[in-house]
Design a protein around this ligand. Structure first.
Ligand code: ACM
Length: 451
């Protein structure tokens, strides 16, 4: 695009519910432009002003009170925009008005506004004129980052949060533990992080987040309207914990740290018949829950090939109530559905490759919310095609169009007569270097949009 051209409203990502370009109504951001907002809208206005200052070099100020001509107004108005994450954006030559019911809706509108600016100033900083109305189709729109196989610093995770927020994702699923490492400080079991977190795939130095650093990440994400869901993967995918504490092993012997790539999975298990295992899980969940303002803890539960089935069932029976006592609901990879009688609050996350799954369908029929992250659609570490130099092919080749065009709803809304939730997850943690996911669940009555 020539530098002087504004972005095209027709190429917004994700596609909004409604966009009506009006090229004669482009709005110029100048040295005189200010953002007007009051009360709860003010932090979002400050965020927008900061972005505009950094991008344009203009001293964009945040001011209270009604916006005069030439200004950008951020307005909270529940009556005008009923959806809590929806917004309306009107760009004319004289002003920009962004209206939403909540700060989260305003924040989403700010991300759209950014895409309406040109990538470079050229003839000026011009916001494309017209009108955009939008609201998300799914309540949960997530991305997963595997910091266990390869460590990401706090600064890198913050950058990732910024990137997902630009595309209106609102959940960061952090895969904190696996065979290769344990990345979160647990004060009652300190060697998990100091020893279990001391390496990574390929044998690099690894690292871990102190509880203070983790709190900082959670707060940073919240400032971008992103909720962090921590994943502590148990009872399998636990070599790093088993290496750190011999007593968690069935034979009482700690294995060495494991630094091979993630395609050797399913070989480790906590000793599900030892009481100390349950003290361990209880301690870990208590400390992680205390760092987690969100509703969910993700407990993994996938690929338990090294756990006897009886032990796996007993384990799930004992750990789910631990989370409930801490006031948290549990997400598990879809293998968790092999346990009968799960509470309706348990959320299975589907990572399989089938177009339907009887256990998932039954869960939806019972009223469980579900997350969808089918590997052959949204695992981002798959090659685009066979000529792609890096990436895996075990779930197929997935190019950008495959991911972007994937619609989770037809698969999963067909099954139940009850309200149904669907989820979209871009995930690749299993065999990946660093991977990501995005996911959603759909609220009853929410209406489909092109997103
Ligand atoms: C997974 O990729 N094992 C969830």
């Amino acid at each position: 695009m020539p530098a002087s051209q504004p972005s095209n409203m027709d190429t917004l990502i994700p596609a909004p519910v409604f966009a009506s370009p009006a090229p004669a109504e482009d709005f110029a951001v100048t040295a005189a432009t200010a953002v007007h907002a009051v009360d709860a809208a003010a932090p979002v206005a400050e965020h927008l002003a900061e972005l505009l200052r950094a991008g344009t070099g203009h001293p964009v100020r945040v001011l209270p009170g009604p916006a005069p001509d030439g200004a950008i107004a951020l307005v909270l108005d529940v009556a005008a925009v009923p959806h809590p994450e929806g917004y309306r954006l009107r760009v004319t030559r004289r002003s920009v008005t962004l209206t939403a019911a909540t700060p989260a809706g305003l924040f989403a509108g700010v991300q759209t506004l950014r895409q309406l600016l040109p990538a470079q100033a050229g003839a000026g900083w011009v916001v494309a004129g017209g009108e955009v109305h939008d609201q998300p189709r799914f309540a949960h729109r997530g991305a997963m980052l595997d910091v266990s196989r390869h460590f990401s610093t706090v600064a890198e995770v913050k950058r990732f949060i910024d990137q997902i927020a630009r595309y209106k994702l609102n959940v960061l699923h952090l895969h904190l533990t696996d065979d290769q490492s344990w990345r979160i400080e647990i004060r009652s079991w300190p060697r998990l992080a100091t020893y279990g977190g001391s390496t990574q795939v390929g044998g690099g130095p690894g690292g871990y987040y102190t509880q203070q650093e983790y709190r900082d990440l959670v707060a940073y994400a919240a400032s971008r309207h992103v909720t962090v869901i921590p994943e502590i993967d148990v009872p399998g995918h636990t070599n790093a914990a088993l290496a750190s504490y011999p007593e968690l092993n069935a034979d009482g012997v700690a294995p060495p740290l494991f630094t091979a790539r993630g395609n050797a999975t399913g070989f480790s298990s906590l000793a599900t018949d030892k009481e100390i295992t349950y003290r361990f899980v209880d301690d870990v969940l208590r400390e992680v829950a205390a760092l987690t303002p969100g509703e969910y803890l993700h407990l993994g539960t996938d690929e338990t090939h090294a756990t006897p089935e009886e032990g796996r069932l007993a384990f799930i029976d004992r750990v789910l109530p631990m989370a409930a006592r801490l006031g948290k609901s549990v997400i598990g990879w879809h293998e968790i559905l092999r346990s009968p009688g799960l509470p309706v609050s348990t959320v299975p996350q589907y990572w399989g490759r089938e177009s339907s799954d009887p256990l998932m369908a039954a869960a939806v029929a019972r009223g469980n919310r579900v997350l969808l992250s089918p590997a052959h659609k949204v695992y981002l570490d798959m090659k685009y095609d066979l000529s792609t130099p890096i990436g895996y092919t075990w779930a197929g080749c997935i190019d950008v169009a495959d991911i972007y065009d994937w619609d989770p709803a037809p698969t999963w809304t067909a099954c139940p007569s009850r309200p149904c939730w669907a989820s979209r997850v871009h995930c690749g943690r299993r065999r990946s270097r660093r991977t990501s996911t995005s996911s959603t669940w759909r609220s009853p009555g929410s209406r489909p949009s092109p997103r």
